[in-house]
Design a protein around this ligand. Structure first.
Ligand code: ATP
Length: 435
């Protein structure tokens, strides 16, 4: 690819980092900030345009910690383009680099908690994502490869709002479902509602997430090899929670039952779903030192290898690319937490929450301790009591942390997060790209 002029005289194209149905994504060098960024380009002559919608949603979701930072949008003779924060590897690529193409339970849970939050944040601004899949989540690149100022090495962001749809009206009311809708999304992860042409709602993004969890843990989905949507739908219908969750911790069954209980209009209980994953995490004895699969400690060369307590978590981007795994086994069944005092459990839970949500307000976390995280049977009973609606919220309201403002300043200097819905696409016709 030849580039005669940097985009808008500012962004110099370096290399292609992604290709999707809607456009191409490039890594660019920002001559102004001297930092790398990502640019998504969509040809102006495309019949179906998705970038305008994507930009609108991205700008609305800027306050979410799980969103990539909007930088600029513009147009030249050939392309509409969106400049945004450069993220790291997407989760699909990362998974495929693991042995057996699986993530460990710990990694799945850590990512899962963040993915639920990311989806919740999209829903909060009034949109459904409608294409939840691993390649639409990417890791935020940690500065200096260390958790810093609210970043953690595994912080994952949701991307690609090209298929998003507003599910509430401008008055904040739920849009009435249409009688029939065309298929949207990616067949492998689409909910059965989507296959059946039913109007999608918040629950359907969570169905896709559930399928993703299975894929993360098992390395594939039962309908992996099928190509036709109709065949995929047929197999999907055969696999209920019994088929898919039988070898998994029982919270996955509870997860499944919750989304299964949701009607079109129901708001999913995101906190409850996050809590289910955190419960497993604690029960299996994972803690804040538990590494992601792509992190590694160079044990042979580590100066403190004889004392595991001295070993600090480190992000190794090479490991992320080469697929190095951690030392956790999926079959690890011991429950360390169960043997400790309540105080210890509280401390543990705080730490875990800090890890999932860096810089979380500790006072808020303390409120979350009212339920013993190990009393999963109680929660299951509570869920069953509320069959006609979302289960009771067993966790105290979890306020959103306003760390994002700080993070934005840190990443983007003075870039403002304009959340207005009106799009102000800059006409940049002077800029010429030759492919
Ligand atoms: N901001 C970003 N930083 C780094 N990589 C990115 C960024 N945005 C997208 N990518 C990479 O490009 C890939 C494709 O991006 P995206 O999903 O937005 O394109 P798309 O055309 O909508 O794709 P699809 O048709 O698969 O939905 C992503 O999976 C990711 O690997």
């Amino acid at each position: 690819m030849l580039l005669s002029t940097p985009l808008k005289g500012r962004w110099k194209l370096l290399n292609k980092i992604g290709q999707g149905g809607f456009g191409e994504i490039f890594c660019v060098y920002d001559l102004e900030t001297q930092q790398k960024a990502a640019v998504k380009m969509e040809r102006i002559d495309r019949n179906k345009r998705a970038l305008r919608l994507e930009i609108a949603v991205l700008r609305k979701i800027q306050e979410s910690r799980f969103s990539t930072k909007f930088i600029y949008c513009g147009r030249n003779q050939v392309y509409n383009y969106l400049v945004m924060e450069l993220l790291g590897t997407n989760l699909s690529t990362l998974r495929k680099k693991q042995p057996q193409q699986r993530f460990s339970l710990a990694t799945t849970l850590k990512l899962g908690v963040q993915m639920i939050s990311a989806i919740e944040d999209v829903h909060e601004v009034g949109y459904l994502h409608r294409d939840v899949k691993a390649s639409n989540f990417a890791l935020r690149i940690p500065r200096n490869m260390k958790p810093k100022n609210g970043y953690s090495p595994g912080y994952c962001c949701i991307i690609d709002f090209g298929l998003a749809r507003k599910y509430i009206t401008s008055e904040g009311q739920l849009r009435p479902p249409r009688d029939e809708v065309g298929f949207r999304g990616t067949a492998r992860y689409a909910s059965i509602n989507s296959h059946e042409g039913t109007e999608l709602s918040r629950r359907d993004d969570l169905w896709s997430l559930f399928y993703l969890f299975i894929e993360f843990l098992e390395g594939s989905l039962p309908w992996e090899r099928l190509k036709e949507k109709e065949e995929i739908a047929k197999v999907k219908k055969q696999y209920t929670n019994v088929g898919m969750c039988k070898d998994l911790p029982e919270e996955f069954t509870t997860f499944y039952k919750h989304i299964e209980s949701l009607e079109y209009a129901d708001k999913p209980n995101y906190k409850y779903l996050r809590r289910l994953l955190t419960d497993i995490y604690l029960r299996y004895g994972f803690d804040e030192n538990t590494k992601y699969d792509w992190e590694k400690i160079k044990e042979n060369t580590h100066p403190n290898k004889s004392n595991p307590k001295n070993q600090k978590m480190s992000f190794d981007s090479t490991a992320a690319l080469t697929g190095t795994t951690n030392d956790l086994s999926r079959s690890k069944k011991k429950s360390l937490i169960g043997g400790f005092s309540k105080e210890f459990q509280k401390e543990e839970l705080e730490k875990i929450n800090e890890m999932f949500f860096p810089k979380k307000n500790n006072e808020k976390l303390k409120n979350n301790q009212k339920t013993n995280p190990n009393q999963k049977n109680i929660k299951i009973e509570e869920t069953n009591k509320n069959k006609n609606g979302p289960p009771v919220d067993l966790i105290d309201p979890e306020s959103e942390i306003n760390e994002f403002e700080k993070m934005m300043k840190m990443i983007n200097g003075e870039n403002k997060s304009d959340t207005s819905s009106s799009l102000n696409i800059d006409d940049d016709r002077g800029c010429c790209i030759i492919l």
